[in-house]
Design a protein around this ligand. Structure first.
Ligand code: GUN
Ligand code: ZN
Length: 443
């Protein structure tokens, strides 16, 4: 009778389930759902049930695989809204500030990606590292080489990841070996869009690096590219560093401000993601909010490069959609837990405290919302794709000790955010299946 057996995969996962359906700054403690004796039921990679184990509708005989993560926290996979995979090898390179760091370390390293083998190995290393850190989706900046984006897409497809990237556009103020032209930028991006955008779980981001490295003609090409398909992301940098802002003012003297440069070319709107957005005028906050654009808060990078302090209070006041970004290699860790801790410290310096629940929201549903992917990832609502991570609150003796003194979920999340890193990730699952495991935990 085996030929009557369906190929349906039903996965049951036991543990302390936590996920957000709202922003805690708006919905308070109604924003999250916590089930300490919880269960996820996943059918063919899709969440069918997330809740108390005793309410789980599954019949035991229907379950094809079970995972017992009792005592561990199960969260939707982390979403990294701004990262540079090709900069993995130059993380922790000492510099005084952004433009010097780009010229001294970043551009020479990105030049190596002219070699397809460097792209292929780089993509493998990148996803090994992100999965080890519980990051299941990222918005990633490739290099100027089409092959760099191509290799990332191929590797993401192999691992069945939801992933967004794009070839970087740069036609000035960069070394010759890293520049394209408005025409080649358009043609190569379009060919990548046709091959990869909307294929399986993959999406394309039109990616002018920043206003410093694109001519007006190239920003025109970026605008034309955005009309080539639905659901494209526009991914770039904005107002990270004072010297950068001064250069943009010289290059585009007629623009009212930095954001206005992108606006002039129709690049500000829903689906636009601006990394950093630190030094903004009131008018720029207003325009970001009105347009529905999102920003990526990249605290470890902003501190490491001495760029400045992101004003979460201003973003909140204007209801701007914010996600968290590691910004490796300007950022100093792939871990979203570490990024949250750095974010907490930035907010402390601005006297606008960041609650742990808000930080975990930003790293999951907040990030998914910034990328327009909230119906697919970032939460365990029925119908979501079952990308999740398993966090061990007792991963180190110190964390275990500290956890004995906690009394609430918020306090335990706070300890995880301040002390956490890749050692705390027990496992990462993609569409229900393990993609990274620290130790075997199968039932
Ligand atoms: N601005 C333009 N390029 C970059 C980059 O690679 N990293 C960061 N942090 N900022 C940038
Ligand atoms: Zn960046």
């Amino acid at each position: 009778m085996s030929h009557f057996k369906s190929s349906r995969s039903v996965i049951a996962v036991k543990g302390n389930i936590l996920y957000f359906t709202e922003d805690p700054r708006i919905a308070g403690d109604k924003a999250w759902h916590y089930h300490p004796d919880g269960m996820l039921l996943i059918e063919n990679g899709i969440i069918q049930f997330a809740g108390d184990r005793c309410d789980c509708p599954a019949h035991e005989e229907a379950v094809t695989t079970g995972y017992d993560y009792s005592g561990k926290l199960i969260l939707p996979g982390f979403v990294d809204t701004h990262i540079h995979p090709p900069q993995l090898s130059i993380i922790a390179s000492n510099s005084t500030e952004l433009l010097h760091w780009l010229d001294t370390y970043t551009f020479p390293e990105e030049g190596r990606f002219a070699d397809p083998e460097v792209c292929r190995r780089g993509a493998e290393r990148y996803f090994d590292e992100t999965l080890k850190n519980g990051t299941t989706t990222s918005l990633a900046m490739a290099t100027v080489h089409a092959e760099s984006a191509e290799a990332l897409f191929r590797e993401a497809e192999k691992r069945n990841l939801r992933f967004v990237t794009g070839k970087t556009l740069m036609d000035r103020n960069a070394p010759d070996f890293l520049t394209d032209t408005p025409e080649s930028a358009f043609d190569e991006s379009l060919s990548l869009i046709e091959r990869w955008h909307g294929k399986g779980r993959l999406g394309y981001a039109v990616t002018p690096r920043f206003a410093v490295t694109s001519t007006p003609q190239q920003l025109d090409a970026a605008q034309a590219l955005m009309k080539e398909a639905d659901g494209l992301i526009m991914h770039t940098h904005l107002s990270e560093n004072h010297e950068e802002i001064r250069t943009v003012r010289e290059l585009f003297p007629k623009a009212e401000n930095y954001l206005d440069v992108y606006d002039h070319f129709g690049l500000v709107g829903k689906g636009s993601l601006f990394a950093h957005a630190i030094h903004l005028s009131e008018g720029e906050y207003e325009r970001l909010a009105d347009s529905g654009a999102a920003v990526s808060f990249c605290p470890s990078s902003n501190l490491f490069l001495g760029s400045g302090l992101f004003r979460m209070d201003n973003a909140e006041r204007h209801s701007i959609s914010v996600g968290l970004g590691s910004d490796v290699g300007g950022g100093t860790s792939f871990s979203q837990l570490y990024t949250m801790a750095e974010g907490f410290k930035v907010c402390q310096l601005c006297r606008t405290p960041l609650a742990a629940t808000t930080a975990f929201y930003l790293a999951t549903l907040g990030g998914a919302r910034s990328l327009g992917l909230e119906t697919r990832i970032g939460s365990f609502q029925k119908g979501s794709e079952a990308d999740f991570l398993v966090l061990d609150p007792e991963a180190t003796p110190l964390a275990a000790r500290r956890t004995t003194r906690t009394e609430s979920l918020e306090e335990r999340l706070f300890v995880l955010m301040i002390l956490g890193d890749d050692r705390f990730i027990t496992a990462t699952h993609i569409m229900g299946k393990p993609a990274y495991t620290r130790s075997e935990e199968r039932l």
